[in-house]
Design a protein around this ligand. Structure first.
Ligand code: NAD
Length: 456
């Protein structure tokens, strides 16, 4: 039970701890990141088991998309922390002779981090790395739909950090409502667009800054000059990893009509190669998170013609990778974020058509373009707005700490990963230091003399 009073008490402890300066030292932040690194390393087995129970995630996926990414992110932050946290001297204007300027990074204070269920371990801790590196305290709310990971996170965080520094509060919508009614110094939310709006509305009551990592429909374009074999392999990987329950998974395919037939047959072969002839019996193929999610996805089957897959097993909550052709743009599968292993196919004959199709819809979180032409690449990058993406690949832009990760428009606001995570949890305080050795009278009203020297 997380009552209003309990949550308020935890928050006031965190605030007092922060205000006493306990989180400020850079060495202390580095040490806390080290503790986080060690707790992940020591508990790899338990993390994999919890992910298996919640999503039937394979060990390979658990390591590559959750554990490994976090370890990499922590090392990167530790390596660069000193540099990121140091105040930076800046030039001053000619009108400001006698002054020096500096930008001082300071932690916001107490952060609220709300996580989703699809990468329940990674998406809870990745923002926490930024919060700790920047010197904040944090309240972490994992998703109630991944109960094993949520429980493990609570246990591990309790063993590792005092609750004044980091605390995990488990619960669902009601708990979130209580949390969102409090005054935090920054809120980092990962989840759906509708809940993102609820979070932003609640934050506005306290003018709390928000970082919203949301979702949407990410297009995947296969142009006529693409390397079709390689495109098929990389798209099969990106779309069906975690059975499509990935925020940046290709949501729908936009394929040039000249290569549609060949590409779709290569894609089917690659899916079979990766997930076997019968993915429903594949031990390493993820399941849907809930019956509700399963039902929502299988309903999409009737929105087009399933030219591949189209099978599902409600008992194991598994849905086979499915390709849907002859889809109407008004059908639900082309209106809602799919977030599962159903892949609708749209075709185009002219790249401008594909561009207009994307521009007519909310700005996507990701975009993938497969082409061998620099000009096509430039046309898409120059004309289409999207959070981030890849040319000739899928998903991989998320896995490097050198690229900022985030959405634009309805797919979110703010970035993180690497230095951008530090920045997401940091206020950059401007400080102008003025000399007392002289003073310019002309800056004041009714000035008589230009410069007055002040002798000490
Ligand atoms: P969700 O929005 O339903 O839930 C996210 C969090 O919000 C959970 O902790 C949940 O408890 C809480 N929540 C749910 N309803 C709420 C309400 N009415 N009021 C207050 N809090 C509420 O999202 P989800 O189903 O967990 O995750 C799937 C969505 O998240 C997809 O849209 C996906 O694209 C998106 N996502 C985005 C990213 C990203 O990095 N941009 C990553 C993963 C998932």
């Amino acid at each position: 039970m997380n009552t209003h009073e309990q949550i308020q008490a935890l928050l006031s402890h965190q605030r007092a701890y922060f205000l006493k300066g306990n989180t400020r030292s850079v060495q202390g932040r580095h040490d806390r990141l080290e503790k986080l690194r060690l707790f992940i390393k020591k508990n790899e087995r338990a993390i994999m088991d919890a992910l298996k129970k919640d999503l039937n995630k394979s060990e390979f996926e658990a390591y590559s998309t959750e554990i490994g990414i976090l370890l990499e992110e922590i090392s990167f932050s530790q390596k660069n922390l000193q540099k990121w946290a140091a105040p930076k001297k800046v030039k001053t204007a000619i009108t400001h002779i006698g002054t020096t300027g500096k930008i001082v990074p300071e932690p916001f204070g107490t952060a609220l981090i709300i996580a989703p269920w699809n990468y329940p371990f990674q998406l809870a801790l990745s923002p926490l790395i930024g919060a700790i590196a920047a010197g904040n305290t944090a309240v972490l709310k994992p998703s109630e739909f991944a109960p094993n990971v949520s429980k493990l996170l609570k246990e591990l965080v309790e063993e590792t950090f005092p609750s004044e520094l980091v605390v995990v509060i488990e619960g669902g919508i009601e708990t979130n409502q209580v949390l969102l009614a409090q005054k935090f110094d920054v809120i980092f939310f990962t989840g759906s667009v509708p809940v993102g709006k609820i979070v932003m509305e609640a934050a506005s009551k306290h003018l709390t800054p928000v970082i919203l990592e949301l979702g949407g429909k990410s297009p995947c374009i296969v142009h006529k000059d693409a390397d079709l074999q390689l495109s098929a392999k990389r798209i099969a990987f990106g779309k069906f990893t975690n059975a499509g329950q990935t925020c940046i998974a290709p949501d729908y395919l936009l394929v040039h009509s000249a290569v549609k037939k060949e590409f779709l047959s290569l894609l089917q072969a690659e899916i079979t190669e990766m997930f076997s002839e019968n993915p429903l019996l594949n031990e390493n193929y993820s399941r849907m998170i809930s019956e509700k999610h399963f039902d929502r996805l299988t309903e999409f089957f009737s929105d087009g013609k399933a030219i591949f897959g189209g099978k599902a097993d409600r008992e194991s909550l598994k849905i086979a990778p499915t390709i849907l052709d002859e889809v109407n743009v008004d059908a639900a599968v082309m209106q809602e974020e799919i977030f599962g292993p159903v892949f609708p196919v749209m075709e185009y004959t002219d790249l401008d058509q594909a561009i207009t199709f994307i521009q007519d819809r909310p700005k996507p979180l990701a975009l993938y373009l497969f082409t061998s032409s620099k000009q096509t690449e430039q046309q898409i990058i120059g004309q289409v707005s999207f959070g981030g993406g890849c040319i000739n690949d899928t998903l991989m832009h998320i896995a490097t700490p050198h690229l900022p990760f985030g959405g634009v428009g309805e797919s979110g606001m703010g970035n993180y990963h690497g230095k951008y995570s530090f920045e997401a949890f940091t206020h950059y305080k401007s400080v102008l230091h003025q000399t007392t050795r002289f003073d310019f009278s002309f800056r004041y009203p009714h000035a008589k003399n230009g410069l007055k020297l002040i002798r000490k």
